[in-house]
Design a protein around this ligand. Structure first.
Ligand code: ATP
Ligand code: MG
Length: 429
C-alpha cells in the first residue's frame, strides 16, 4: 500500500486561515524597513555549499549538522540556505555594490532551512526577515537597527513581552586574547564540563558560553569575562551604542555570555528574548560582522545586521492575543444572485462596480443555492453587507443592499447608483 502523502517533518503549511496574520506581520515589517531607508534584496534559496562553510564557519552547529546539502546533476554541492547574511555578502561582492565604500542598507525575507529537532518555535523550514548594512562602522547604525526593531515591537503591541540583551565581542585581536584566558580557565575545570563543551573547548571555545548544561553553567559563573578583555576601540563603540539606546529610551541588559551561534560576529551582538514562548525564546538576533566581507574575498567592509524568526513572532502575537481583529475580514460585500438571468446581470454589474472601486473586496456567490444557503455563506464570509439580486430586483434594475452587522435597514439601490453608494459605506483600503 502506498504511504499517504505528507509534508516533510518540521516543514509547515501556512493555511489560508493563518495567512492574514502572516501578511499583516510581513507588511508591517516591510513598511518599517522602507521608512528607515532600507531596500529589499532577493537572493536564491540555494547556494554553493562553500558559501556557508566559509561565512558561517566550519565549527558551528549550522555547518556541522544542520545544513540541507545535496549534489545537483552537475555534481556541484549545493545547500538550501540556513540563513540570509551569507547570500547578501555574496551578492554585494558579486555585483560590486559596496565598492568604493558605498553604503548599502538592505532587507530580505524568506524561508530558511536547518535540520534541527522540530518543536514549538523550532522548525526545519522557517522564515526570517532580516536587515544588513554595509560600509558603516559606527555605533549609530547598530543603534538604528535596534531602534527599528523596538518600533516594530511597539507597532505590534508586544513591547512589554520582549527584552533586549547586549554584549560586545570586541575585535578579533581582543577576542583572541579572551579566548586564551577562557581556554586556560575551562581546561582547569575540564572534568565538570559536559561532553559538547569539552569538544567545543578545542574547536570553538567561545561557544561553551552558550551551553544549556547546568553543571557547565555553574563553572562559567567565575569564568573570565569578555568585558575585561575589550580593546579601547570596541569599548568606545559599545559605549556609543549604549548612549544612543539610553537617548532613545530603550531598556537593555548586558549579557556577558551572549556569543551567538554564528562565527562571524565582532563588537556588537544582541538578542531580543521573550519568556512567553518556553525554550525557544529568542525572536530576533543580530550583530556586527566587520571581518566577514574580507573573509569572503572582498575588501575590508564593515557590516551589521539582524534576523528575526517570523514563526516565533507570530506565536508571540497569538499568545499575547495581539492579533488585530480586522486583518481576518477579507470581504466587504457578498453578492447573492438567484436564477440564471440574475447571475448574468450580477456578473456584469459587479465588474462595473470593480471598475469604479478597484479596492473593493467584493465576493460573488458561486455555485448558486437557495436564499437560505447563500445568506449563510454571505454571513460566514465576514462581509459587512450583502447584495441581493433576484428576478424582482432585476425587473426594476435595482439590487437589494442589506447590512449584515446591524448597521441600518435593507434598501434597494439602482444599478447605476451602486458604486457610489458602496463608496460611502465601505472603507477603501
Ligand atoms: P537558536 O539559538 O534559537 O537556535 P540561532 O542563534 O540559531 O537561534 P539565528 O541563526 O541567529 O538563530 O537566527 C535568527 C532568528 O531566527 C532566531 O532568533 C529565531 O527567532 C529564528 N530561528 C532560528 N532558527 C530557527 C528554527 N529552526 N525555527 C524557527 N525559527 C528559528
Ligand atoms: Mg540555532
Amino acid at each position: 500500500m502506498s504511504k499517504s502523502l505528507q509534508a516533510i517533518r518540521g516543514m509547515n503549511d501556512i493555511l489560508p486561515e493563518q495567512t492574514p496574520l502572516w501578511r499583516y506581520f510581513e507588511s508591517t515589517v516591510a513598511r518599517l524597513c522602507d521608512n528607515y531607508g532600507y531596500k529589499q534584496i532577493r537572493t536564491p534559496i540555494v547556494e554553493f555549499t562553500e558559501l556557508f562553510k566559509r561565512s558561517i564557519g566550519e565549527v558551528t552547529d549550522i555547518v556541522e549538522k544542520e545544513m540541507y546539502t545535496f549534489e545537483d546533476r552537475n555534481g556541484d554541492s549545493l545547500t538550501l540556505r540556513p540563513e540570509g547574511t551569507a547570500a547578501c555578502v555574496r551578492a554585494v561582492l558579486e555585483h560590486g555594490i559596496t565598492g568604493g565604500g558605498q553604503t548599502q542598507k538592505m532587507w530580505y525575507i524568506g524561508p530558511m532551512y536547518r535540520h534541527e529537532r522540530p518543536q514549538k518555535g523550532r522548525y526545519r523550514q522557517f522564515h526570517q526577515i532580516g536587515c544588513e548594512v554595509f560600509n558603516l562602522d559606527g555605533p549609530d547604525i547598530d543603534a538604528e537597527l535596534i531602534v527599528l526593531t523596538w518600533r516594530l515591537w511597539g507597532q505590534l503591541g508586544i513591547r512589554d513581552a520582549v527584552k533586549l540583551e547586549l554584549n560586545s565581542l570586541g575585535t578579533s585581536e581582543s577576542r583572541g586574547r579572551y579566548r586564551e584566558a577562557l581556554v586556560e580557565y575551562l581546561s582547569a575545570h575540564l572534568d565538570k564540563l559536559d561532553e559538547d563543551s569539552q569538544r567545543r573547548l578545542k574547536t570553538n571555545p567561545l561557544r561553551v558560553l552558550d551551553t544549556k548544561n547546568a553543571d557547565t553553567q555553574a563553572v562559567l559563573v567565575d569564568a573570565p569575562k569578555m568585558a575585561d578583555y575589550l580593546d579601547d576601540e570596541s569599548r568606545v563603540h559599545f559605549d556609543g551604542l549604549k548612549a544612543r539606546l539610553d537617548a532613545a529610551g530603550i531598556p537593555y541588559v548586558i549579557n556577558p555570555k551572549l556569543v551567538r551561534g554564528l562565527d562571524y560576529y565582532s563588537k556588537t551582538v544582541f538578542e531580543w528574548v521573550t519568556d512567553k514562548l518556553g525554550a525557544q525564546g529568542t525572536v530576533c538576533a543580530g550583530g556586527r560582522y566587520d571581518g566577514l566581507v574580507e573573509q569572503m574575498g572582498g575588501k575590508p567592509t564593515p557590516g551589521v545586521g539582524f534576523a528575526m524568526g517570523i514563526e516565533r513572532l507570530i506565536l508571540l502575537l497569538e499568545t499575547l492575543e495581539q492579533v488585530p481583529e480586522e486583518i481576518s475580514r477579507q470581504v466587504d460585500v457578498y453578492l447573492c444572485a438567484f436564477g440564471e438571468a440574475a447571475e448574468l446581470a450580477a456578473l456584469a454589474l459587479s465588474e462595473k462596480v470593480r471598475d469604479q472601486l478597484p479596492n473593493l473586496r467584493l465576493q460573488i456567490n458561486a455555485g448558486a443555492g437557495s436564499f437560505k444557503s447563500q445568506f449563510k455563506k454571505a454571513d460566514k464570509s465576514g462581509a459587512l453587507y450583502a447584495l441581493i439580486l433576484g428576478d424582482d430586483e432585476l425587473g426594476q434594475q435595482v439590487i437589494g443592499f442589506k447590512p449584515l452587522r446591524g448597521q441600518g435597514e435593507q434598501q434597494n439601490i439602482a444599478f447605476d447608483a451602486l458604486a457610489a453608494h458602496l463608496a460611502t459605506c465601505v472603507v477603501q483600503g
